[in-house]
Design a binder for this molecule. Structure first.
Ligand code: ADP
Length: 246
């Protein structure tokens, strides 16, 4: 078993209120790991700690064995751990192809200069089309992002994130606000993307979690309440109690 991401004793206090309390988490390489829990459990705070949008009060985070507790998000992205939607990726007036090209240009650390350098961006076309195919948007390459359905926009965001060549993706409620048809499409996409990557996601939709996750960590009141596969955690009396009591 190879651990790609590990939190030890992660704690976040907001003016004396402990939102995340001494949480340990290990994410195994190549798995889809879900973080669930009732409202106010501390999921968002914990996720923001892992992705460095918040600094922990105490505790450490290791990625691929390296202490990343004090590194900024951009540097962690370069190490291979990327939060999807981190790059607020989708420009509505650009086409699908143009959007992914821009993401590839950013990956190269080049400054954002779309309007003046469209010609020079065409060198990213092959790589962009590969990412677009991976998320199932090939027939929409020349559509403006604004014309895409909500679910396809989400797929485009994932394509732009994949342009950063992550080994680990952190997804914050990938199914939020989606119709069933889009949920199925994005679930299939996440499974495909996970074939050679690790995924950690916060997700409210429990049937999605059941369908996708290899492992689930349940948070409640800022602490780990249970961990295991879906069958294990869904049978836990503490978990049932936490959801009913929430
Ligand atoms: P979840 O995502 O599981 O619903 P959150 O992480 O959003 O939970 O919140 C956990 C607890 O921390 C809540 O009680 C919330 O009010 C509190 N909290 C979150 N962010 C802040 C903040 N910036 N300042 C004070 N309290 C916060």
């Amino acid at each position: 078993m190879s651990i790609v991401l590990e939190a030890r004793g992660l704690t976040k206090e907001f003016k004396g209120f402990v939102a995340v309390n001494d949480v340990d988490l290990k994410v195994e390489k190549g798995t889809i790991h879900a973080l669930i829990g009732p409202n106010g459990a501390g999921k968002t705070t914990f996720f923001n700690l892992l992705t460095k949008f918040l600094q922990p009060t105490r505790g450490t985070i290791h990625y691929e064995g390296r202490d990343i507790t004090r590194l900024p998000p951009a540097q962690i992205a370069r190490l291979g751990m990327v939060r999807s939607f981190q790059i607020s990726a989708v420009f509505p007036d650009l086409t699908v192809l143009q959007n992914v090209r821009v993401a590839l240009q950013r990956k190269r650390g080049e400054s954002f200069d779309f309007w003046r350098s469209e010609k020079s961006l065409t060198r990213f076309d092959d790589a962009a089309r590969e990412r677009i195919e991976e998320v199932g948007l090939s027939e929409f390459v020349h559509h403006r992002a604004a014309e895409l359905s909500y679910g396809r926009k989400r797929a485009l965001e994932i394509a732009a994130t994949l342009a950063l060549e992550p080994e680990m993706l952190l997804l914050d409620e990938p199914m939020a606000g989606m119709a069933q048809e889009d949920i199925e499409r994005i679930s299939a996409l996440i499974k495909r993307v996970a074939k050679n990557r690790t995924i950690l996601m916060v997700e409210h939709n429990l049937s999605v979690v059941a369908n996708l996750s290899d492992r689930i960590t349940v948070l409640a009141r800022g602490e780990v309440l249970a961990e295991g596969d879906y069958d294990e955690v869904s049978k836990s009396p503490e978990v049932i109690e936490a959801y009913i009591g929430a």
